[in-house]
Each structure stands twice: as structure tokens, then as C-alpha cells.
Design a protein around this ligand. Structure first.
Ligand SMILES: Nc1ccn([C@@H]2O[C@H](COP(=O)(O)OP(=O)(O)OP(=O)(O)O)[C@@H](O)[C@H]2O)c(=O)n1
Ligand SMILES: C[C@](O)(CO)[C@H](O)COP(=O)(O)O
Length: 237
């Protein structure tokens, strides 16, 4: 299974002066934890890291320190996440038929989640990891007043991995470019193309490290995990 990791953001909401994926988390850069999970996922056999070229040297240092056994390719990021994934799709090996796309910022995803998503291709051509929404969600109008309250039983918080048939997703990205669609996840492109997207059970701890509060939560979650795992090697042999 091919995996694309969007890692070309600026970390504005983190208030970071550089790519937030280099920030330390339990003595490793955030991106390292994402790569460790990908390395330990049985189904993943190729990794594409989509990053700004000015970050490639620092990412290569992370890769050298982890010494992953799986092939890794660095791919130039775009100005938006959508643009970065577009670039990633163009850079996939010719034999890529299915692809998982997983945010570098979702560094707490477990190998088990990645493998569960890989198995979802038995059922769907497009799918997202997701969890049920816990808060009541409000649709708010331009005046700041609540316009409606969607039925919470139908609301899910989309995460990544998101998985897609490569050819279909390339076509949806091309349609998006031509039509000027601006989306915050790849599933939205599939939906706009009228293609069905399934839900795969996500993980409550699979948060996207976006703000300093997320970083503190991630620190706590990883600390607990590392205590539970003892001195088990980070990378499974
Ligand atoms: N041009 C971009 C923007 C984002 N991403 C990646 O998409 C994932 C989700 O994006 P987000 O959490 O929003 O990261 P940033 O864009 O860095 O955050 P911000 O919006 O706060 O700047 C991250 O792994 C980020 O590196 C990307 O590959 N290319
Ligand atoms: C793809 C995603 O993680 C699904 O929840 C999310 O849409 C990314 O949003 P961001 O603004 O690019 O972080």
C-alpha cells in the first residue's frame, strides 16, 4: 500500500516560526511519530512525504535517525494542502492503484488504524477515518446567529488516513483544479465528483496537532503510551 504524508504546512495556528512538524514531542519531532506509525503498519510498503524543498534536509535527518526499512520519497509541497496532495498523486509510482493519505500532523495515529484503513479498500473506493461528534454542532449565519442544529447522530469528525482509488482521485483533483474547488480534505473532492465515500472507525486519540493545546494533549497521550509500552523499540523489526 502506498502512503502519502502531507507535511508541507506553515503551522500558523501553532504560532510556530517553522514547520510545526519539527516541534519536539516526547523527544522526537512530530513528523517522526507519524513515520514510526507508518513504518510499523504492516500494509504500508511505500511512503511519500510531501514537504517544502527548504525542509527536505531536516526531514532527511529525521529519516536517517529512524533508519526506516521502507522506501521513502520526498515530494515538493504546494501552497495548500489540496495542492500538496495533488503533487503527491503525480509523484506516486506507476504501479500505485490505491493510496492512503495521512496528515503528518496526525502523529498519534496507530499502525493498527493505518492497517484498518488499508483493509477498507475491500469495501470502498474512497473512505475516511472518522469518529462520531461529541459536541452539539451549530450552523451559524453571517450575523453570528445560529441558523440550524444538524442532527448530531449524523455528524462525524473526519480524520486521516483517507483512502482512495488512485486513478479516480487523480481525476477528482484535476476536476477540482479546472472548477476551482477549494477543499480541506480529499474526500470532499470525491463527494463533489459524485463518488461514494465510506466511514472507517477512527481513533479518539488521532488528533491533528494544530494548536499549542493540541501539542500539550499529544505530549500527555504519548507519555502514557510510552509508559505502557515500556522499552519496546520504536520501530518494529
Ligand atoms: N500547503 C500545505 C498545508 C498543509 N499541509 C499539511 O496538511 C496537514 C494538515 O494541515 P494543517 O494541520 O492545517 O497544517 P498547517 O497548514 O501547517 O497549519 P496552519 O493551517 O495552522 O498553518 C499537515 O500535516 C500539513 O503539513 C501540506 O502538506 N501542505
Ligand atoms: C484532512 C483533515 O485532517 C481532515 O480532518 C483536515 O481537513 C485538515 O485540515 P487543515 O486545515 O489542512 O489542517
Amino acid at each position: 500500500m502506498h502512503l502519502l504524508i502531507p507535511a508541507a504546512g506553515m503551522g500558523k495556528r501553532m504560532g510556530s516560526q517553522r514547520n510545526k512538524l519539527f516541534l519536539p514531542l516526547q523527544k522526537q519531532p512530530i513528523l517522526a511519530w507519524t513515520l514510526i506509525a507508518a513504518s510499523n503498519a504492516i500494509a504500508i510498503d511505500w511512503i511519500g512525504i510531501i514537504a517544502q524543498p527548504y525542509d527536505w534536509e531536516d526531514i532527511q535527518e529525521i529519516l536517517d535517525s529512524l533508519n526506516l526499512s521502507k522506501p521513502v520519497q520526498l515530494i515538493a509541497g504546494g501552497d495548500t494542502r489540496q495542492g500538496s496532495v495533488y503533487n503527491g498523486l503525480q509523484a506516486l509510482p506507476a504501479n500505485a492503484v490505491k493510496v492512503l493519505i495521512h496528515d503528518g500532523a496526525r502523529c498519534l495515529a496507530t499502525p493498527e488504524l493505518l492497517d484498518r484503513c488499508a483493509r477498507a479498500f475491500d469495501t470502498w473506493q474512497g473512505f475516511v477515518a472518522a469518529i462520531p461528534v461529541k459536541d452539539t454542532i451549530k450552523i451559524v449565519d453571517a450575523d453570528g446567529a445560529i441558523a440550524s442544529t444538524p442532527d448530531r447522530s449524523q455528524l462525524w469528525a473526519a480524520q486521516t488516513p483517507q483512502g482512495f482509488d488512485v486513478q479516480l482521485l487523480k481525476e477528482c483533483h484535476n476536476q477540482g483544479k479546472q472548477s476551482g474547488w477549494e477543499v480541506t480534505d480529499d474526500a470532499a473532492l470525491f463527494e463533489k465528483c459524485g463518488l461514494k465515500v465510506g466511514i472507517v472507525e477512527g481513533e479518539e486519540t488521532n488528533l491533528k496537532v494544530t494548536t499549542p493545546v493540541d501539542l500539550a494533549l499529544a505530549e500527555y497521550i504519548l507519555q502514557q503510551r510510552n509508559l505502557e509500552s515500556g522499552n519496546k523499540p520504536l520501530i518494529s523489526s
